[in-house]
Each structure stands twice: as structure tokens, then as C-alpha cells.
Write a protein that binds this ligand. Structure first.
Ligand code: GTP
Ligand code: MG
Length: 178
């Protein structure tokens, strides 16, 4: 029997950036235009074959809206990777990233042996052929470089763009930090 690794991943970011949509596309290949706010937190799982290991990603979706947040540090405990998400068309969601990052570091308190536990996703790159974009890729890459070379992916939950690639990277980081 091969070892079965369970990797805990937490997805954080402002309300409406597409956290739930990215996970639904990744796990169920489904996308809905309709917005339904996430309340509290819930997880989905996805199995991935990585070299000789079968790993199970346990991906926790969280609420971006403050009034629906109810997560204590117990929730964050044992997290192997944190996915930060912003919307490339909304400046404020980019500016919030630092807070989400700090929240994770404070609550999950990853050990010093752990490599950088983050992956950043710039979502909704599909809209208007990119004309409504306000955060240039260069800005996001700088943000990542400045914080220990966080891997960065531009994604579209709507068009299923770059999501598998992003979560493969998430799995690699989670495995390393496990
Ligand atoms: P909270 O649960 O409140 O934290 O929001 P969320 O981050 O989970 O956002 P959600 O996935 O619910 O998406 C918000 C809205 O954006 C929905 O109407 C989605 O259809 C839309 N959306 C999500 N991803 C994309 C995308 O890649 N492209 C486009 N065009 N719309 C998207
Ligand atoms: Mg949601």
C-alpha cells in the first residue's frame, strides 16, 4: 500500500474574488455566475497522484465577508499551505492580501522549518479581454518576490484557466511543509 498523505490547504481572500468558484471548478468542473456568499468554512477534497505518492488535498473554503467569519486558531492548525486569492480587476482585493497573509501567519503559526507556505492567485483574468484589469502582473510579482518568492498564478474560474497548474503547485508546497 502506498502512503496516503492528507494535506490541509486553506483558501483566503476578500469576498467575491472567486475562492468558492475556483474550488468548484477545480474539484467539480462547474462554474456559476451567481454569487452566493460562503458562510463559515467548508472543505472539499481532491486526490492527486504525485510521483509515487497519492495525496489528498483537503481544501478549506472560507468566508471573505467579515460577518460570516468565525474561524479560530484551531481551524488553522496543521495547515500545510495557504492559497491567497485576489481579483485582478479590483484594487482593494490586492491591498487586502497583506492582512490575509498576516492572519494566516498569526493563526496557523507555521514552524520555522517550513518553507514559504503561500501561493497567490490573481483571479478573473477573463473579464472584458483584460480591459478591466487594474492590478498589473508586475505588481503582483513584486509583491510575491518581496515576501519570500511566493509562487504566482493568474487564473480564471470561469474559463477554467491555470487552476490545475496552480493547485499542483499548492500540493507540492503542502507536501514539503507537511
Ligand atoms: P465569499 O464567499 O463571499 O468570500 O466570495 P468568494 O471569494 O467565494 O467568491 P465567489 O467564488 O462566490 O465568486 C464571486 C462572483 O465572482 C460570482 O458571481 C462568480 O460567478 C464570479 N467569478 C468567480 N470567479 C470568476 C472568474 O474567474 N471570472 C469571472 N468573470 N467571474 C468570476
Ligand atoms: Mg465563497
Amino acid at each position: 500500500m502506498k502512503r496516503r498523505n492528507l494535506l490541509k490547504v486553506i483558501v483566503l481572500g476578500d469576498s467575491g474574488v472567486g475562492k468558492t468558484s475556483l474550488m468548484n471548478q477545480y474539484v467539480y468542473n462547474k462554474f456559476s455566475q451567481q454569487y452566493k456568499a460562503t458562510i463559515g468554512a467548508d472543505f472539499v477534497t481532491k486526490e492527486l497522484q504525485m510521483d509515487d505518492k497519492l495525496v489528498t488535498l483537503q481544501i478549506w473554503d472560507t468566508a471573505g465577508q467579515e460577518r460570516f467569519q468565525s474561524l479560530g486558531s484551531a481551524f488553522y492548525r496543521g495547515a500545510d499551505c495557504c492559497v491567497l486569492v485576489y481579483d485582478v480587476n479590483v484594487q482593494k482585493t490586492f491591498e487586502s492580501l497583506q492582512n490575509w497573509r498576516e492572519e494566516f501567519l498569526k493563526q496557523a503559526d507555521p514552524g520555522e522549518h517550513e518553507a514559504c507556505p503561500f501561493v497567490l492567485l490573481g483571479n478573473k483574468i477573463d473579464t472584458d479581454g483584460g480591459s478591466s484589469r487594474v492590478v498589473p502582473q508586475k505588481k503582483a510579482l513584486e509583491w510575491c518576490a518581496y515576501r519570500g518568492n511566493i509562487p504566482y498564478f493568474e487564473t480564471s474560474a470561469k474559463e477554467d484557466y491555470n487552476i490545475d497548474e496552480a493547485f499542483l503547485c499548492v500540493a507540492k508546497i503542502a507536501l514539503k511543509n507537511e
